[in-house]
Write a new protein. Structure first.
Length: 311
């Protein structure tokens, strides 16, 4: 069944499901619904991403700023796999996202003919990684939507403030290249934008570790090594007890100030446990970037953000 046919079939459920949703997520305006879906384990309205940028599109191997594609430094793909196109459609419920309230996110993945894809490869212990950042890059979250089958991923989130958020989903369908798609979500509510400024000193402290970041090169288009050094937050002794986070010593996500460039970088030595974690990447353009390092110690994940300027 193609996505277009699925949407036509869904329309007959709008009136009933809108009533159900009203009792769980609040009042919902039926005129904002362009499609509806019925699931055997859940009943929900899927509202089209009205007024949101990039809510659907064709994904190709080229990377174009402003499109549903994002720069993604990750794995190795064959040319044959990269030539295969995909189709992705984002949808949100309720139709108007509000800060502090539950927001449902659905991402439907299909082939170039609109047929839902069925199988996805595990990528660091998950089928899909969803990164959510605020417009000023002050907010960051990394979640893993549930795979509902038939090419559909679903996640519920609560965002702390209003404003514009960028969502990046990266995944690998079986037989396809590793793919990243993105969309913009506008959330009602009060918010304050903070100016992004490069760190003068690249040392951050958490209750799990003091983390210092050393960078070999900050020039666009050049290979860059990121070296994270970990010390005990009280004694300053080098740490060697980092635990695997999603199957590796850590993960690094990098996003540009304009929200157009997205890099998900894995460590050189995934089996390490400290006191260093090394990552290699390349910044595609000049400008400010925020780097989030995600690591785990004593059974808890901790995140350290750094802001750098690339010349």
């Amino acid at each position: 069944m193609t996505i277009k046919k699925m949407i036509r079939d869904r329309q007959s459920y709008v009136a009933v499901l809108a009533f159900i949703l009203a009792g769980t997520l609040g009042a919902f305006s039926a005129d904002r619904v362009q499609g509806a879906a019925y699931s055997s384990h859940n009943q929900t309205i899927i509202a089209s991403d009205q007024g949101h940028e990039h809510h659907h599109g064709t994904i190709e191997k080229s990377k174009q700023p402003g499109s549903d594609q994002a720069e993604h430094h990750h794995g190795h793909h064959s040319d044959e796999a990269e030539d295969r196109q995909l189709y992705a459609e984002w949808s949100f419920q309720p139709g108007e996202a509000v800060a502090g309230q539950a927001i449902g996110i659905d991402l439907q993945i299909a082939d170039a003919e609109g047929e839902p894809l069925q199988k996805f490869e595990d990528n660091h212990e998950r089928k899909l990684h969803l990164i959510i950042v605020s417009e000023d890059l002050g907010y960051f979250d990394h979640v893993h939507p549930e795979y509902a089958g038939n090419g559909l991923f679903r996640q519920y989130i609560v965002l702390p403030a209003g404003g514009k958020y960028k969502l990046f989903a990266d995944f690998q369908p079986a037989g396809y290249a590793h793919t990243t798609v993105s969309t913009t979500l506008h959330v009602s509510g009060e918010y304050t934008l903070e100016r992004l400024i490069a760190d003068q000193e690249r040392i951050k402290s958490t209750d799990k570790a003091v983390v210092e970041l050393a960078i070999t090169e900050l020039a666009a288009g050049q290979e860059t090594e990121l070296v994270f050094d970990f010390r005990h937050p009280k004694t300053g002794v080098p740490l060697t007890d980092l635990q695997p986070y999603l199957g590796a010593i850590g993960h690094v996500v990098i996003i540009s100030e304009d929200l157009e460039q997205y890099l998900h970088v894995h460590p050189v030595n995934e089996r390490g446990s400290g006191p260093e974690a090394r990552f290699v990447t390349s910044f595609p353009d000049e400008g400010l970037y925020r780097i989030w390092g995600q690591f785990q110690r004593e059974g808890e994940t901790f995140i350290v953000p750094f802001t750098v300027k690339v010349q």
